[in-house]
Design a protein around this ligand. Structure first.
Ligand code: ADP
Length: 478
């Protein structure tokens, strides 16, 4: 198939979240499976150009946004067989950041991503382009189906993937004409959303098929509690709504080949994992002791990730024989909570505020347990990476966590982690206590770690499911 993927991020060029990993890995695997894959990404200032030849390609197109015509130029890079096209417009993309600065979101984000979307539409609707399916991702590209179907009247199949429903692209209604869209789209069954316009809603309404990044999340978002106001629209499209679990790049996340960790290991040499723990305990100023369970947490420090529960249970947790190491950044109140704890309990609790890929790998390799008490989690990569490194996840049963982690207490022969069902501090603490109890049983714990490390979270299975959705989207419009 000729597959066009459109995204605001892609590894290894620009990453601000899991979306970048998904687009980078999925496109590579699809090429390996015999498809022709083109990915469109904006040419931000922060795009990492090191080691790649950016060559100007295609004819520029003129895009009308915000009352004037602006030029989109295109630069091509071949990335492991994937044709990556960077859409260039210095006015919109030659800025310090991708979405926002410390002052907040760029106020013209609707115009920036509207411009990007329309530029892509102009290219793929030109006669020379062969396209079997367009795969859009999140609100930044959700105007593509709106333009293709409503404005251009094209019968090109579109799949929209929702990576996190919490981000929808909501803008004042007067943004509609600035994007060159007619007022007849300002209705409840199109882009209108409580007096504003909602770009993701437009994408949900006009795409042929929609998917989220795990089967459980695709059901949860049809409920008011997880729907962020879009549950009704999603319910109305439930026959076209799917859930496909993300994979991880198992070549990159591999304790056997990982150059950033202190000691490489695999499922057969798992005893070597201990060296990673002892070295990290030392590096982070924690008590160095091999019997002490080390609990790792690598996360954005935001409400979604279960910080409120952690704040309630942490004193009880630290009263026991444990070490905790946290890497993350986010809301100031949670950063301060972590910094205070590290100050108060130096030998048991260590934190690094910031984004640090090397330390992240070291924590996955060193820790015995990994926390993901998320309130909601569309898919979650952390638990899959942790499992691959033999760090046993302790998770809330939601979204992708529910689809990847089986509770060991309930199912000792298949369990790969510890799961709590009610989003309550006491349930979280109970799951942790169950994990700490099993940790004391050396033989049981070793068996659990080996089973975790043998699990397969590679992209191939999911890529096959995306192929099926692409075919279904094609059938829908033929
Ligand atoms: P989300 O995309 O909601 O942030 P995921 O679990 O899907 O959560 O993906 C998070 C990814 O980012 C994981 O690969 C995790 O290791 C990584 N990560 C998160 N915070 C940090 C950090 N502070 N430093 C390094 N890597 C981080």
């Amino acid at each position: 198939m000729n597959i066009v993927i459109v995204s605001s991020e892609m590894v290894p060029f620009v990453k601000r979240g899991g979306l970048a990993d998904v687009v980078g890995s999925l496109s590579k695997v699809l090429v390996r499976r015999g498809h022709t894959v083109s990915v469109f990404v904006p040419l931000y200032r922060v795009v990492d150009k090191n080691g790649y030849d950016f060559e100007e390609t295609l004819s520029p197109v003129e895009v009308w946004v915000d009352g004037s015509s602006r030029k989109a130029s295109f630069f091509h890079v071949n990335y492991e067989g994937v044709d990556v096209y960077f859409v260039d417009n210095p006015y919109y993309f030659d800025r310090e950041e991708v979405y926002s600065t410390s002052q907040g979101d760029y106020p013209d984000n609707a115009q920036r991503f509207g411009f990007f979307s329309l530029a892509v539409v102009k290219v793929i609707t030109s006669n020379m382009w062969k396209v079997d399916v367009v795969h859009c991702n999140d609100w930044e590209t959700a105007l593509i189906p709106v333009f293709l179907k409503k404005i251009y009247g094209m019968k090109i199949p579109v799949l929209l993937t929702i990576h996190n429903l919490a981000y929808q692209g909501i803008f004042p209604k007067d943004t509609l004409p600035r994007l060159g869209l007619p007022w007849d789209l300002f209705t409840v069954d199109a882009l209108e959303f409580y007096g504003n316009i909602n770009l993701l809603k437009g994408g949900i309404v006009f795409s042929d098929l929609i998917n989220t990044v795990s089967p459980t999340y695709s059901k949860e978002i049809q409920e008011p509690s997880f729907g962020f106001g879009l549950d009704g629209v999603l319910r109305s499209r439930r026959d076209d709504l799917y859930g496909i679990l993300n994979g991880i790049d198992v070549d990159f996340w591999n304790p056997e080949k990982d150059e950033s960790i202190y000691q490489k290991y695999n499922a057969d040499t798992v005893e070597k994992k201990l060296e990673n723990k002892l070295k990290l305990q030392e590096d982070m100023g924690l008590m160095v002791k091999k019997e002490l369970p080390l609990i790792g947490w690598i996360s954005r420090l935001v409400d979604q990730k279960g910080l409120d529960l952690f704040a309630i249970i942490v004193d009880e947790l630290l009263a026991g024989d444990v070490g905790v190491v946290v890497l993350g950044s986010g809301e100031e109140k949670y950063q301060n909570l972590m910094l205070d704890l590290a100050e108060r309990c130096k030998s048991k609790f260590a934190v690094r505020i910031g984004f640090d890929p090397v330390l992240a790998n070291r924590i996955y390799a060193a820790s015995d347990m990994f926390l993901m008490p998320s309130k909601f989690e569309p898919c979650g990569l952390g638990q899959m990476i942790a499992l691959r490194y033999g760090s046993i996840p302790v998770v809330h049963k939601t979204g992708g966590l529910a689809d990847t982690v089986i509770d060991y207490t309930k199912d000792p022969s298949n369990g790969n982690g510890f799961v709590f069902e009610d989003y309550k501090a006491s349930s979280f603490m109970d799951a942790l206590q169950r994990a700490l109890a099993v940790y004391k049983d050396d033989l049981a714990w070793k068996g659990l770690v080996k089973r975790a490390m043998a699990l397969d979270f590679s992209w191939d299975k999911s890529a096959g499911l995306y192929e099926e959705l692409y075919s279904k989207a094609k059938e829908k419009i033929s």
